[in-house]
Ligand binder design. Structure first.
Ligand code: NAP
Ligand code: ZN
Ligand code: ZN
Length: 348
């Protein structure tokens, strides 16, 4: 066993605090990382608080991990000690089902092994995430960090980056299209940067008027305050695609009416409550409402390489780990510009 220390929660109403735990002994195909940076995703908070049900405690969150390889198993071929490497939302999957065979491990029919709060396929117990000093994972689920990327700004690419890159690719967003991004948080600001890099015209929808200047600087051609019904009505039937990143219950119907005929809105935000849908808005213009979940391992590497080539990283506020409960409070208020990243050197 490997000894680890990190920050986690012992129950749904406990604060996240320092704790010690053990990880499985690495096998011949495993890589051990010393974690340098870990992004703070809203999914971490949802799961710490058991918003979605199914959280097991203690829970050590964190799935936007960048670190240095400190040990490799005898059969590892892709990594050497000293390499910079990254781990996202998954550390394993069944590798046999049709989704796994298609490189879509996130849709594994036998459930992916998520980086935390999943039964560990390779060992006893539950996986523990990146709010910690080290991690063990099979090399097949470890990503290469391209040279030249800022490491703190790279960490959020492992979830916020791939979760927005994958649907933008799948729905073929590109030049000549008008794209909406709903919510300017961790996912939203990456969606904005990536959709702009793909050549689309991007409009940001926000509930926070004070984020307008930042959105324009990040590449939006226009910013719509979503609580302003006149401003919303002015955008009626003009969008090819909308990516909705909102983390809380909200009315999605006004956005459906902004889609052109055959337009699509894809939900990546994961509020715990159901969202009512007015079917007439869908039927009237043959619109699509869909969802999307992170991205596969090969696509995550493709995204990292794309970001290196286009010099795209996340805009981050680097924090010490003992700031994490305040960071969560600020996240609930929408006060994140635009991703908290924990500097793991602060873990004593
Ligand atoms: P975040 O940084 O907190 O951003 C969420 C944004 O949503 C906020 O900044 C805010 O933007 C907007 N918002 C929050 N509450 C709202 C409300 N009541 N009404 C309208 N807008 C509201 O969160 P994140 O890390 O980007 O994650 C967003 C969601 O995606 C979470 O639910 C997370 O669990 C989920 N997620 C899903 C996947 C996936 O694979 N599908 C992957 C990662 C995360 P404005 O201030 O601009 O309005
Ligand atoms: Zn995430
Ligand atoms: Zn599978």
């Amino acid at each position: 066993m490997i000894q680890s220390k990190g920050y986690g929660a012992v129950s749904a109403d406990a604060e996240v605090a320092g704790l010690e735990f053990s990880r499985r002994e690495p096998d011949a195909r495993d890589v051990v990382l010393e974690i340098l940076f870990c992004g703070v995703c809203h999914s971490d908070l949802h799961q710490v608080r058991n918003d979605w049900g199914g959280s097991t405690y203690p829970i050590v969150p964190g799935h936007e991990i960048v670190g240095r390889v400190v040990k490799v198993g005898a059969e590892v071929t892709s990594f050497s000690v000293g390499d910079m490497a990254a781990i996202g939302c998954m550390v394993d999957s069944c590798r046999e089902c049709s989704s796994c065979q298609d490189g879509l491990e996130q849709y594994c029919e036998n459930a992916p092994t998520f980086t935390y709060n999943s039964p560990d396929r390779k060992g006893p117990g539950t996986t523990m995430g990146g709010y910690s000093n080290n991690i063990v994972a099979d090399e097949a689920f470890v990503l290469k960090v391209p040279a030249g990327l800022d490491l703190a700004g790279t960490a959020p690419l492992l979830c916020a980056g791939i979760t927005t890159y994958s649907p933008l690719k799948h729905w073929k967003v590109g030049p000549g299209q008008k794209v909406g991004v709903v919510g300017l948080g961790g996912l939203g600001h990456m969606a904005l940067k990536l959709a702009k890099a793909f050549g689309a015209e991007v409009v940001l929808f926000t509930t926070s008027p004070d984020k307008k200047d930042d959105a324009l600087a990040l590449g939006a051609s226009d910013v719509v305050i979503s609580r302003d019904s006149d401003a919303m009505a002015a955008q009626m039937r003009t969008f090819d695609f909308i990516l909705n990143t909102v983390s809380a219950k909200h009315d999605i119907n006004p956005y459906l009416n902004l889609l052109k005929r055959d337009g699509a809105m894809v939900l990546v935000g994961l509020p715990s409550e159901p969202l009512p849908v007015g079917v007439f808005s869908l039927a009237a213009q043959r619109r699509t409402l869909a969802g999307s979940n992170i991205g596969g391992i090969a696509e995550t590497q493709e995204m990292l390489d794309y970001c290196a080539e286009h010099k795209i990283v996340s805009d981050v506020e680097v924090i010490k780990i003992d700031y994490i409960n305040t960071a969560f409070e600020r996240m609930v208020k929408g006060d994140v510009k635009y991703r908290f990243v924990i500097d793991m050197a602060s873990l004593k």
